[in-house]
Design a protein around this ligand. Structure first.
Ligand code: SAH
Length: 194
């Protein structure tokens, strides 16, 4: 995969999830536009093509347990839940968290769990994940997330200064616990808040 492509399994999952359902009444008419859209609290739901690209980089299968940082609208969470075995999602803003959980509950998604908690804090119970995706810009690779990534696992996240463009990074953890990072396209995300 190169550029910002979206693989066919992810395209199929995205066709099955209606972006309109995750937007406010006022913003619903914008759903078909491939651009970020405001979701309140100074946050946006990302551009669908970028969501699709980042999820493609995770190469998800039903044996994957995914940690998602930044539930936001819940739109990407619903796509992840169609592709992965289990999805664990963290959102720091209480109002966004509860409305996303309401929507995801209405869709009767049974393999998704959420917490209104910062991604700077581990999920808990010693849980680890085969895949991690972060929808907010990290100034550096967060150790707390690297620690929760299983050996052989993959993490996709934007890394770079807040308020400027960042690099989309793919981090792979090796079987011996070491890791390597490769950077791809330039992206622009809201900050991963402290
Ligand atoms: N992926 C979502 C939201 C993207 S915006 C969507 O497309 O709808 C990024 C989200 O990350 C926002 O909802 C923001 O509140 C959340 N966020 C920012 N810092 C966070 C942190 N430290 N822990 C958890 N969530 C965080």
């Amino acid at each position: 995969m190169n550029g910002s492509s979206v693989d066919s399994a992810v395209q199929e999952a995205m066709r099955a999830v209606d972006r309109r359902f995750f937007l406010s009444d006022a913003n619903r008419p914008l759903a078909a536009i491939d651009a970020p859209i405001a979701i309140g609290f100074d946050q946006t739901t990302s551009q669908p093509s970028l969501i699709g690209h980042m999820i493609s980089l995770l190469s998800l299968g039903k044996d994957d347990a995914v940690l998602e940082i930044g539930t936001g609208s819940g739109y990407p969470s619903a796509i992840l839940a169609r592709l992965a075995g289990e999805v664990y999602t963290l959102e720091i803003v209480p109002e966004l968290f509860s409305s996303a959980m309401d929507r995801l509950g209405k869709l009767k998604i049974s393999n998704l769990w959420g917490k209104n908690q910062s991604g700077h804090v581990p999920w808990g119970d010693g849980k680890t994940f085969s895949k991690i995706v972060v929808w907010a810009a990290c100034e550096e690779l967060p150790t707390v997330l690297l620690d929760q990534l299983r050996q052989g696992g993959t993490m996709v996240l934007p890394i770079g200064p807040h308020g400027e463009s960042q690099r989309l990074a793919v981090v792979k953890k090796n079987a011996d616990g070491t890791w390597q990072r490769s950077d791809s396209i330039g992206v622009r995300f809201v900050p991963f808040r402290r």
